[in-house]
Write a protein that binds this ligand. Sequence first.
Ligand SMILES: [Ca+2]
Length: 449
Amino acid sequence: MSNEISRRGFLKRCAGVGAACFLPGRMLGSPTDDRPNIVLIVSDDQGYADISCYDHPKGVSTPSMDRLAKEGVRLTNGYASAYVCAPTRAGLLTGRYQQRFGFYTGGDSRTGMPTSEVTIAELLKGQGYATAVIGKWHVGLEPQYRPLRRGFDEFYGFLGHGAHDYFKLKITDEYTSIYRNDKPINDTGYLTQNLAREAVSFIERHRSQPFFLYLPFNAVHWPLQAPQEDIKRFNTGDENRDVYLAMLTQMDDAIGEVLDALERTGAGKNTLVIFFSDNGGARKNFANNGVLRDYKQTVYEGGIRVPFIVRWPGKLPKGTTCDEPIISLDVLPTICAAAGGKLPADRIYDGKNMLPTLRGRMREPLHDALFWYDGAEQWAVRVGRWKLLSRKGSLELYDLDADISEKHNVATDKPQVAKRLKDLHDDWRSQLGESISKRRTRKKPRSRR
Ligand SMILES: [Ca+2]
């Protein structure tokens, strides 16, 4: 309860123009208002090799994603904060390890991201940004957890759960229908194209005002569905892989439409675009993670290292590569810094502003360590070249500089390194919150499952 009061107090302080916690003294929409627009694009379960500006197999072609890399910074050690969809999104929206507030699993999306958390949209909306989320929400189903209650002015998309049919867009039930703002709607077409349509509309309607567009595609998440004419363009020898590549192409085209809209409206000159995948490629969806070991659902690199690109014309280098380990939690502090604001002082932020790192001006690592934990049997910690992980009770140490594919467990050869990383992980674990789903079950023993 105290957190809730604290959050409300914070938002109240941020609500007025010139709020002390964010952009003091700047008049919205004035000629001196050079704050950037923000476009945050998240793909879903995209393989590390399923993007053609990274090492990729034959057949993968993503010219719009490549355009972002050509005009921005491509990260080779970009991580998601979880190996599945929902926890990554909770961390992304808050800039905090989602485990701090008890959000560990995909199932926790059914409980809902605690309302004591402050989202990036609330921070930006408080300063006069127009805000929209278009796509997959997945951090809460009940009314208090929905986008319009979490700082977004507009919503087009679905609330839950992780997957959505790409063609069946008629009203069904409360949770799987397509919504426009707070109402289910009947729609037609192919969902990825619809997300592009809505994103372009939002950009065109808000061209004269700083805006924040959060565009979480559900592509290329299961189910494998794409228009037949797109599937026919591929002939990998695996029909499922052909469908996946058609879905990927649809998403790349959609991103192209968004970039074109930014250019057409003139907004793109001062727009920070961040793109990454919410977790590694999924085995069941025929994704390709290249040299990385394993897939979504694991803490091996194939589950958590993802395509990650940042573009900001004139403010970040063009066509460069950054090898520094960063994590999706860094998105919120980076956006705040780009918008000229400061983070609320009433809570711990784990993410850090990436901009100096992306400009190549940081000699020190951005993070001392990065952590993962699913609340059950898998955890990992990365410090520099070393990564210690555990799955089902194992203890595995890898030198990622020498062994990106995690083939050679050196835990017994390097016991001191393993102990140092384990101690760091244990200390981090001691700071985490109780699972929100377990908490809810205990409070409401007879509530619905
Ligand atoms: Ca995902």
